[in-house]
Design a protein around this ligand. Structure first.
Ligand SMILES: Cc1ncc(COP(=O)(O)O)c(C=O)c1O
Length: 426
């Protein structure tokens, strides 16, 4: 076997002569300076997954929908709030640095912060001991910990699809299998019959994300109750991703599975500061569950991260205490949600179910006679508007995702451009 053996692992790494593959062509277009040729690892981790098989399906053009475009393009693709992190949060981090809070600390997160998270969760009728909270590097890592604590290779995980693509990647990373269960096409809410048809003896986990990325749906109390009953019936863990729980436009708001019989003992509650507090780059999240689950999560966290940066914890605590700053941001999204819904619904051939939470709408563009890929490609080229084609997510064919985390002026101008382009086609 050719190549160099890694002295520690014995894994042979072969560096081949540069050969153009589909993904290289994309990278070349994006950042030609970084082109380094093809590196393959032999005899190493044979579980290394194809992280998003949908990208293969869509083909080499996908980068155009994800890469930052030129300033002339209106971008409806960014999944982060267009606000600065609130000042008091930034100030608290600076003060912690000034106090010299830069050493190792309690691995699961400071007691004060774990207490603040437990208190925050009571607002959603979730009752956990602060001892059963772990602070993680982002909600993403909390999700991975939750999956690591509950899944073995070969297990199956139910996803309500179209789903945020990272779930699929994480599940595959652990050697488990994502099972995509279609939601109702007219409103993107769960379809219990579809779930019953996809559950199997191998199913271990169901992931719930409400308010939802990419659909903008918020599941009602009754739907959440039905999901818990389903999990109890089939003895499943519930991974509840509540990251958008402060951005809800329905009367009932976010409902935790912990509110229903059988919920608390099987739910792993996961959230974070990225979206509701405009703190995406701080990489802070939480995971909370029963003492048994959290004993496993604590072991994983200690091995994987030790803890999040010490001086960020007082700042995260301050964030949880803010009310007006958080509601100003949420109110602004609520206003833009009405603008975006009305504007996109008025486009010929485009159907937009009522957006109920988060800052996304998922539009059905099949009435335009184009596939979602054709729509997104032409929108970028002809109208200089960037949207994400649903085909990047399993079950998203015929749909495009629009993020309204952009100004009202951008929303109006983007829709004006799209209308002009769509009308000139017909
Ligand atoms: C549904 C969902 N969960 C989790 C995350 C990741 O959150 P974080 O930035 O805290 O890792 C995102 C980010 O887009 C998301 O949309």
């Amino acid at each position: 076997m050719s190549g160099i053996a890694d002295p520690e692992t014995g894994v042979r790494i072969s560096v081949r002569a540069p050969k153009l593959t589909k993904s290289h062509r994309i990278h070349e277009r994006l950042e030609s300076k970084n082109y380094r040729g093809e590196i393959t690892i032999e005899g190493g981790n044979d579980r290394m997954p194809k992280l998003n098989p949908q990208l293969e399906t869509v083909g080499s053009g996908f980068a155009a929908f994800l890469a930052p475009p030129g300033p002339e393009v209106i971008r409806f693709t960014v999944g982060q709030p267009d606000f600065e992190t609130p000042g008091p949060v930034v100030e608290a981090a600076k003060l912690a640095l000034d106090r010299g809070e830069t050493a190792y600390t309690r691995p699961q997160g400071s007691e004060e912060l774990c207490q603040a998270v437990a208190k925050h969760l009571t607002k959603f009728n979730i009752s956990v001991e602060h001892e059963d909270v772990v602070i993680t590097p982002g909600c993403k890592q909390a999700l991975l910990y939750g999956m690591m604590a509950t899944l073995s290779p070969g297990d199956e995980v139910l996803l309500l699809s179209p789903a945020w693509p990272s779930y699929d990647g994480m599940i595959r990373l652990l050697g488990a299998t994502p099972i995509h269960v279609p939601v109702n096409r007219e409103n993107y809410h769960p379809n219990m019959q579809n779930l019953e048809e996809h559950v199997s003896p191998k199913t271990k986990v169901i992931i719930i994300n409400s308010p939802n990325n990419p659909t903008g749906a918020v599941y009602s109390r009754e739907e959440t109750r039905a999901l818990v009953e389903f999990a109890v019936k089939h003895d499943l863990w519930i991974l509840d991703d509540m990251i958008y729980s402060t951005l809800v436009w329905t009367e009932e708001g976010y409902t935790s599975p912990c509110e229903f019989a059988g919920g608390p003992e099987r739910t792993i509650t996961i959230g974070g500061w990225s979206k509701g507090w405009a703190m995406t780059g701080w990489r802070l999240g939480w995971i909370a569950s029963t003492p048994e689950v959290m004993a496993g999560v604590k072991k994983i966290n200690v091995s994987a991260a030790t803890h999040v940066p010490t001086f960020l914890m007082p700042a995260a605590e301050v964030a949880l205490g803010l009310e007006s700053e958080v509601s100003i941001m949420a109110d602004s999204f609520r206003e833009r949600r009405s603008i975006v819904h009305e504007a996109f619904s008025s486009l010929p051939g485009v159907i937009v179910p009522e957006p109920e939470g988060a800052f996304y709408i998922l539009c059905d563009v099949s009435g335009t006679g184009m596939t979602d890929i054709e729509f997104a490609t032409e929108a970028l080229e002809q109208a200089q508007v960037q949207v994400i084609p649903g085909s990047l997510m399993k079950g998203g064919e015929g749909l495009i995702r629009v993020s309204y985390a952009t100004s009202a002026e951008n929303i109006r101008e983007g829709v004006r451009r799209l209308r002009h382009w769509l009308e000139s086609r017909s």
